[in-house]
Design a protein around this ligand. Structure first.
Ligand SMILES: [Zn+2]
Length: 93
């Protein structure tokens, strides 16, 4: 999508909507932090992808648990409890 070609319909009618502090498309990371999103929109089929804008510092790695760390912790717990492996991840603080 970022290359300008839609992965669903292969159209090159892909448009970029960049967030800014006046057009705020965002996700809430915590009570004090939000991340602005940039959208790639296919005008042919409507498929849309969004990415966190790298133009603004979001401190995601300081605010959110890293999935690889959650997975390792869950694998350790399952091994200790002899539970079958599945793909459900849970995170306890
Ligand atoms: Zn498309």
């Amino acid at each position: 999508m970022r290359s300008g070609k839609c992965p669903k319909c292969e159209s090159d009618e892909v448009y970029l909507l960049q967030s800014s502090w006046t057009i705020k498309n965002h996700i809430t990371i915590s009570w004090k932090n939000e991340a602005l999103l940039d959208f790639y929109i296919c005008d042919e089929c409507g498929y849309t992808e969004n990415y966190i804008s790298k133009r603004y510092n979001t401190n995601i790695s300081e605010e959110l648990p890293r999935v690889a760390d959650i997975k390792r912790k869950n694998d350790e717990l399952r091994a200790r409890e002899n539970k079958p492996k599945d793909d459900d991840y849970y995170f306890e603080e």
